[in-house]
Design a protein around this ligand. Structure first.
Ligand code: ZN
Length: 322
């Protein structure tokens, strides 16, 4: 199989355009981050694979797809009985309104729907066939009127303690044999994925050493934030944040419609020349992921790949009554 052009290319699907719609689906964890308009139309029967939705905040372009998502999970040709959890910032007034609306209009769902309020610092266990992982929410800086959150997925890993890091293998083996494994090896939590939602630049400490950071980048240039809302991030700041946090791969999303894909690529290529360290940058433009060399992009994982649990597969037809 050819090598994926960026890590997680075979795990993600998404769409993002500032003001219009944003969502990213992570297939390994069956998790949907935000639910902008069109998410079900794009994922089709894969919506039955979603176990948890994490909403970053209550703006329409991040939650407008919820209504259709619940409707299709209720009526479509897939597993209609599996529980769906919607995790959302605690006490967010806009999300409470949508929750109330859905409670009235979708009162008899075929599956259990759980609304779960989430506060910064709170942890949620994730299902993962490869081992124990969990998600931790952190506070972001977006609108003063509502709590907004970002999310880290953390994986428990082990590594050599610093004093053993440079030693040859036989000395490490000797130390394990004589002093025990715990003396030589330590457990730590690795952030393997971060979704930041809409925000001013995220505090690098909250996302330290993330292997894959999805950070919004509404503006390529500072002067383009002409309304001066100070609610979003500018490319220069995002690159600084990712560098300070020692991120491996940075996925930019929530790009303003004013930029053509060619313009984004040109500006990114120029900006990265000034960066001192190795940082892979990719971006989500509409429904396509692009690397910096790429001119056509790709839609994340392919449709003919194995489906997730509960998904009826790409070949089956959907119900036409809804
Ligand atoms: Zn927003």
């Amino acid at each position: 199989m050819p090598k994926a052009p960026f890590p997680l290319q075979d795990q993600l699907r998404g769409f993002s355009r500032a003001l219009f719609s944003t969502w990213i689906y992570h297939r390994r964890f069956n998790v949907l981050f935000d639910a902008g308009e069109g998410v079900s139309t794009s994922l089709l029967n894969r919506v039955f694979g979603i176990r948890k939705v994490f909403l970053s905040h209550g703006h329409a372009d991040h939650i407008a797809g919820l209504i259709n998502l619940l409707n299709i999970r209720n009526l479509g040709a897939g597993d209609q009985t599996t529980e769906l959890e919607i995790w959302h910032p605690q006490g967010n007034p806009l999300i409470e309104i949508v929750k109330g609306y859905l409670g009235q209009t979708q009162s008899e769902l075929s599956f259990p729907l759980r609304w779960r309020p989430l506060e910064p610092g709170q942890t949620v266990a994730l299902e993962d066939r490869r081992g124990k992982t969990h998600l931790r929410a952190f506070r972001t800086q977006h609108s003063q009127k509502q709590l907004s959150l970002g999310f880290n997925i953390l994986e428990g890993r082990s590594r050599l303690r610093p004093e053993f890091a440079g030693l040859p293998q036989h000395e490490i083996n000797q130390a394990i044999w004589s002093q025990g494994k715990d003396h030589v090896v330590e457990r730590f939590e690795q952030i393997i994925f971060t979704y930041g939602g809409d925000s001013r630049p995220i505090n690098p400490e909250a996302i330290a050493d993330s292997l894959f950071l999805c950070h919004e980048c509404t503006y390529l240039k500072r002067e383009d934030d002409e309304r001066n809302f100070h609610q979003h991030s500018i490319l220069e700041e995002v690159l600084e944040t990712a560098t300070a946090a020692r991120v491996k791969t940075l996925l930019l999303f929530h790009l303003s419609l004013r930029y053509s894909q060619e313009e984004v690529r040109a500006v990114l290529n120029q900006a990265l020349r000034r960066l001192p360290r190795e940082l892979q940058v990719v971006y989500l433009y509409g429904d396509r992921f692009y690397t910096l060399e790429d001119t056509v992009g790709r839609r994340g994982f392919r449709d003919d790949e194995t489906t997730g649990p509960g998904e009826p597969g790409p070949g089956k037809t959907e119900e036409e009554s809804c």
